[in-house]
Design a protein. Structure first.
Lengths: 283, 361
């Protein structure tokens, strides 16, 4: 999506603008006496402004949950208490973020950065983003939306007739099954698949994705966009594999698609990338 | 000395109003040199030149602060709330549970060392009551033990405490370095300072903290000197877009908040695996006191910045938070918020509706 301002934005005019502002002592024309805060870049603020939305407040939600002692020993199946603590921390953090947004008079939060740390006895989930609202002072909804998409993505979705509804997340911690002695001996010094780890990853992924999609369903969304997935061993218990996923739940708003026809641009100045798989992980 | 058109002479070395502040003589000499310096990238420099913004000098300020929080002999040990809780520790009931924190910034004492009943400590501490709370901080939330039993090492009471001596020291360090940079800018006859960079780092060891703020002092060619020198983290095209959108930077803003968790028994148990809560919290349960602290540190720093904004806007905020487990369930959360305070100076022309393009790259 690109947007260019008209002739007013040319550098020469900007020089005149700056001069006339300076002559005026940079006097404030703010209509509000209430300051606002946001972590949006100027590009994002501008693109939101183009659809009539403005940032209201920098908001956060955080929750810490306890992980019981003794659950990281190598047993079988899912580490239920860890998965529960993770889900609890994310859920509470999202609720706290929504409450802050509501208190600030926002209609939703865009650009939510999700930061989860898992320690031996502690899951810490923190979400920070900018609460936004449409101009005109419409009444904020009882349940503001949450989205980890940027202001730009929000604008694109909005124009395309989609609304973000909330964040969906799921995580699962699964013990890799122990190998039998004979299997371990057979596999030692062989380049073969370690099926116990593969199975554990599949189990963790299915549970995590299923949880994420179930939350999307509870939020009455039509789907989840921008899903970020991560997987790997838990650093302090490497026999446990963790899989986590989160993304923004969207639903069709019923508004007409305002995007119109897409024009194709073929830039001739950069290298062609067929598919950037790392972007799936948000990198 | 001012040009007829109102432009400060670039080589005057002294601001038009004769202000020299505390700029060292060497710096004053450098600032009065006919050649200018700048921290701008070539792109930013070109964009600024197009707007009529001309660099005059790279300006900077330093402030090095001693950074001992809970060292032996530190007045901060005798926290004033609850009549000096360290009185309990000194009275020999269990001693220091976290060990005596000799290393500044590293270890922290656990003032609630001995078991005590809240209410039994009025005025008992060494220096309790002699410091105003407003200076040292204040209790944000407090937590009571839900159990019916107590013991010598049972934490009957916990609280989340705003450590204002920490945030005040941080603010003093930053504000002083920033003011010194602005003095240099004034001495160079600047209208504004752009592309500000600030770093806060340990100098030599953990007990010394260095605040360093630098940026490029600029003048708007042909414009009169503004009522106050403005400053911003932005430069180049982002600055151009900000002005195009109807905003003018007023000032760089940075603030810090520090929240300390003095754990109540349930928090302490949950932080250690959760089986000692006496049935008061399920395993995998929420550690409310820590959740609260994480929220409070961020809210405090945001609201502190917000209280000084007036009708202005904090743009491009960067919220950095660090936390550390101090042991025994105690916890500290530090939050720093930076951004540019911007002011709406004209009604922006709305950006035209975006045009959708599909890049085949």
């Amino acid at each position: 999506m690109t947007s260019t301002a008209d002739g007013d934005a040319t550098a020469g005019n900007l020089r005149d603008t700056l001069l006339s502002l300076a002559a005026n002592g940079y006097a404030s024309r703010s209509k509000s006496q209430k300051g606002s805060t946001s972590d949006l870049s100027i590009d994002e603020a501008l693109v939101l402004h183009s659809i009539g939305w403005e940032p209201v407040e920098l908001v956060c939600g955080a929750a810490a949950f306890s992980i019981p002692a003794g659950i990281w020993t190598w047993t079988q199946g899912e580490v239920v208490a860890a998965s529960a603590a993770y889900a609890g921390a994310m859920g509470r953090a999202a609720a706290a973020l929504q409450a802050e947004c509501r208190a600030a008079g926002g209609h939703g939060v865009v650009g939510v950065r999700v930061d989860v740390t898992v320690e031996r006895h502690l899951v810490n989930a923190v979400m920070v983003g900018s609460a936004v609202a449409p101009g005109g002072g419409a009444r904020p909804p009882a349940m503001p939306f949450l989205s980890d998409l940027s202001g730009r993505d929000f604008t694109l979705l909005h124009l395309g007739g989609w609304d973000p509804v909330g964040l969906a997340f799921g995580a699962s911690f699964v013990n890799a099954p122990r190998r039998s002695v004979s299997a371990a001996m057979r596999q030692s010094s062989q380049n073969v698949e370690l099926t116990n780890y593969t199975e554990a990853l599949y189990a963790a992924r299915e549970s995590a994705m299923e949880r994420m999609q179930s939350i999307a369903g509870q939020l009455a969304g039509h789907g989840v966009v921008g899903v970020r997935v991560s997987e790997g061993p838990v650093p302090f218990a490497r026999h446990v594999l963790r899989f986590s996923a989160w993304g923004t739940v969207v639903k069709a708003s019923g508004r007409p698609d305002e995007l119109g026809p897409v024009s194709v641009v073929v830039p001739l100045d950069d290298a062609a990338l067929a598919f950037d798989a790392a972007s799936l992980r948000g990198r | 000395m001012v040009h007829p058109g109102g432009i400060p002479e670039p080589d005057s070395g002294v601001s038009p109003d004769g202000y020299q502040g505390e700029v060292p003589p060497e710096a004053a000499g450098r600032l009065s040199s006919s050649a200018w310096s700048s921290g701008l990238s070539v792109n930013d420099f070109a964009a600024c030149a197009q707007m009529g913004i001309r660099p005059v000098a790279l300006v900077q300020g330093f402030c090095v602060m001693g950074w001992s929080w809970y060292g032996m002999g530190s007045p901060y040990l005798y926290r004033p709330a609850y009549g000096g809780a360290m009185g309990g520790a000194w009275s020999g009931m269990g001693g220091f549970r976290g060990g005596i924190p000799g290393t500044a910034g590293g270890g922290f004492g656990a003032p609630f060392a001995g078991g005590y009943q809240s209410g039994g400590y009025g005025g008992q501490g060494v220096s309790g009551g002699s410091y105003g709370r407003s200076r040292w901080g204040s209790t944000i939330t407090s937590y009571s033990c839900p159990h019916y039993y107590t013991g010598m090492d049972h934490r009957n009471f916990g609280e989340n405490f705003e450590q204002r001596w920490v945030s005040d020291a941080w603010q003093h360090g930053f504000d002083t370095a920033f003011a010194r940079m602005m003095e240099e800018a004034a001495a160079a006859g600047a209208h504004g300072v752009i592309a500000v960079v600030d770093t806060v780092s340990h100098l030599i060891d953990a007990s010394i903290r260095e605040f360093h703020v630098y940026g490029t002092a600029v003048v708007v060619e042909g414009a009169p000197r503004p009522p106050a020198i403005w400053s911003t983290y932005l430069a180049g095209q982002r600055l151009a877009k900000l002005i195009e959108a109807g905003f003018m930077p007023a000032s760089v803003v940075a603030s810090m908040a520090s929240v300390r968790v003095w754990a109540v028994c349930v928090t302490q148990a949950l932080m250690a695996g959760g089986y000692q809560t006496g049935g008061w919290s399920a395993p995998s349960g929420e550690i409310t006191q820590v959740s609260d602290a994480q929220m409070q540190a961020r809210r405090l720093v945001r609201d502190h910045v917000k209280s000084s904004l007036g009708g202005d806007t904090l743009h491009g905020a960067a919220l950095g938070v660090s936390w550390s487990d101090v042991g025994e369930g105690d916890y500290q959360v530090d939050a720093v918020l930076r951004g540019t305070r911007v002011r709406r100076v004209r009604d922006a022309d709305p950006l035209p509706a975006p045009k959708l393009t599909l890049r085949l790259s």
